[in-house]
Design a protein around this ligand. Structure first.
Ligand code: 5GP
Length: 190
C-alpha cells in the first residue's frame, strides 16, 4: 500500500526513526527524574495540549517506566492561518484537579512561547506539587517571550511544519514523520 503523503507537496524534515529515538530519550529522562513516584504509586499527570500534542503524548507515555495519568487541554491557536494570533483562550479544560500533583505540560512545538507562558502561569495557579514542560520541537528563532522547556526533543528551523500531530487546516496530523510544506519551485532542479 502506498502512503498518500508520497504524492503531497511536503518534504520530510524529521524521520520516523529519529522521532522514535527522541521520544524514547525524553521518556527515559522524565522517568528517571520522577522515579520516586513508583514507590508512592502516584501517577505523573501528563497534560497534552490538543490537538497537536496528542500523537506525541500517546507515544511518550508508552515509553515511560513510571505510572502516568493523561489529561488534555485545548487552547486557541493558529486556526486556519500559519501565523500566531498571540491570543490564548482555554477551549477545553482539564478533567481533574491538579492541586498537589506532579504535572508535565506536553506540547508539540514551541514557537513564540505565548501559549506555554500562558499555560504555565494558569496551571501554576492551581497549585500543583510541581509543574514542568516537555516539548517535542522548539523554534527558538521565533521566540517572543522566554519560557523554560525542561524536556526537549530538538530545535527546528523557522519553517511551517506538519505531521506527527501538527496540521495545516487539519491535514497531515497523521503523518508518521515531521515535514515541511514545499513552496513553489522547491524540490526542482538537477
Ligand atoms: P506559540 O504560542 O508558541 O507561538 O505557538 C504554539 C502552538 O502553535 C503549537 O502548539 C502549535 O499548535 C502551533 N504551531 C507553532 N508552530 C507550528 C508549525 O510549524 N506548524 C504547526 N502545524 N503548528 C505550529
Amino acid at each position: 500500500m502506498q502512503e498518500y503523503w508520497k504524492n503531497e507537496p511536503i518534504r520530510c524534515l524529521i524521520g520516523r526513526d529519529e522521532i522514535c529515538r527522541m521520544v524514547r530519550r525524553l521518556a527515559g529522562e522524565i522517568s528517571a527524574d520522577y522515579a520516586n513516584l513508583v514507590e508512592t504509586e502516584e501517577p505523573l499527570v501528563m497534560v497534552g495540549i490538543l490537538k497537536g500534542a496528542a500523537v506525541f503524548l500517546s507515544d511518550l507515555v508508552r515509553e515511560m517506566s513510571i505510572p502516568t495519568a493523561m489529561d488534555f487541554m485545548a487552547v486557541s491557536s493558529y486556526g486556519a492561518s500559519t501565523t500566531s494570533s498571540g491570543v490564548v483562550r482555554i477551549l477545553h479544560d482539564l478533567g481533574s484537579p491538579i492541586q498537589d500533583r506532579h504535572v508535565i505540560i506536553v506540547e508539540d512545538i514551541v514557537d513564540t512561547g505565548l501559549t506555554l507562558q500562558y499555560l504555565k502561569q494558569h496551571l501554576a495557579g492551581r497549585e500543583p506539587a510541581s509543574l514542568h514542560v516537555c516539548a517535542l520541537l522548539d523554534k527558538p528563532e521565533r521566540r517572543e517571550v522566554a519560557v523554560d522547556i525542561d524536556y526537549l526533543g530538538c530545535e527546528v528551523p523557522d519553517e511551517f511544519l506538519v505531521g506527527y500531530g501538527l496540521d495545516l487546516d487539519e491535514r497531515y496530523r497523521d503523518l508518521p514523520h515531521v515535514a515541511v510544506i514545499e513552496t513553489a519551485g522547491e524540490g526542482e532542479g538537477s
